[in-house]
Write a protein of this length. Structure first.
Length: 337
């Protein structure tokens, strides 16, 4: 466990005093996964909280999840929900007060516990995927790779999009946390390159390893990519109010549109579904949704716009548009038998 303290302020603002009175007297227990990336998410959350309440003591509680322990295909054990199961249990049992999650790992086909709420979404990081080559590689972009070039990724979404544009590549499952994956890439030479989240590399101090960033037109992001969500119990009203102070309103709007689309599509853990919402220069919401077959050869695409106060409606409309374009049949075809 890691305890983080900040210097106490000699004269607390009224709002700070209010939150102190509303929170438990003990250290606030923030739970999350054991990975370098999860700890980086936690540090960012703690920094935001202690900016609101100087002197707040926060204890990070690392929790090893089933998905972290299992090295095979997650769909064999039930999918991405395994990243949350033990953390949800700890929150339910009162062993932690709040939890940090990468929103792209929060499944869309499994209802969240009704006792919980995502009270804060931190401002979104870069959503682009990155290409990383082993130390000393003669390649610097995906286009440099010859036919049969081996690409490692843990994501069915990335695999489908890579094969859609580069069917000559050999895309292999390559799971694990970010730092161990890079070590394995360099030392074992199982693959010629990895594709993983650029923002995640930056968070763990590995941005120097990025050889190529793939724009969102070339690689549509995962739903929830680059977003840290902070979850707590609805009944803890003081904590809910504190977390709402660090909530980023624009990110919340984007996540609402993306996850509304995801819920409506009811994609399972083995579904290559991509989607990205952003605010355009003229103040509109833009939402792209894509659904792929496993090899990327078949796909459905929709792109729609709406006003900022219609995020839910936009997500539902894009999902309906994808459904009319045979998305459900594509999703059904990606189930493992």
């Amino acid at each position: 466990m890691t305890v983080v303290r900040t210097e106490s302020s000699t004269s607390l603002a009224p709002a700070t005093a209010y939150f102190r009175d509303a929170l438990p007297a003990e250290a606030l227990r923030l739970g999350g996964r054991t990975s370098h990336l999860a700890r980086a998410y936690a540090r960012r959350t703690i920094a935001a909280l202690t900016a609101v309440v100087p002197g707040l003591e926060v204890e990070y509680v690392p929790i090893e999840t089933s998905a972290d322990r299992y090295k095979g295909d997650l769909s064999e054990l039930g999918g991405k929900g395994l990243f949350m199961k033990e953390i949800d249990k700890a929150l339910m049992m009162g062993q932690i007060d709040a939890a940090v999650h990468c929103m792209k790992d929060v499944p869309g086909d499994v209802p969240l516990p009704k006792e919980f709420v995502f009270a804060a979404y931190l401002r979104r990081d870069d959503v682009r995927d990155a290409v990383v080559f082993p130390d000393g590689s003669k390649y610097s972009t995906l286009d440099d790779l010859p036919p049969g070039g081996r690409i490692g990724t843990s994501s069915v979404r990335r695999k489908a999009q890579l094969l859609r544009k580069r069917p000559h590549l050999n895309v292999q499952r390559f799971r694990g946390n970010v730092v161990p994956r890079l070590t394995r890439l360099d030392e074992e030479q199982e693959v010629d390159a990895l594709v993983l989240a650029g923002g995640g590399l930056a968070k763990v101090g590995m941005e120097h390893r990025i050889s190529q960033l793939l724009n969102t037109e070339e690689m549509c992001p995962a739903i929830g990519a680059g977003v840290v969500g902070v979850q707590c119990r609805k009944a803890d009203e003081g904590l809910v109010e504190l977390l709402q102070v660090i909530d980023d309103a624009e990110t919340r709007t984007h996540i609402l549109a993306e996850r509304t689309m995801l819920h409506a599509l009811q994609g399972h853990c083995n579904s290559p579904i991509a989607g990205h919402c952003h605010t355009t220069d003229d103040g509109q919401l833009s939402l792209i949704g894509m659904v792929f077959s496993r090899d990327g050869a078949t796909f459905a695409y929709a792109h729609e716009w709406d006003t900022l106060d219609h995020a839910y409606e936009l997500g539902a409309f894009v999902a309906a548009s994808l459904t009319r374009k045979n998305a459900r049949s594509i999703i059904a075809g990606t189930r493992l038998h």
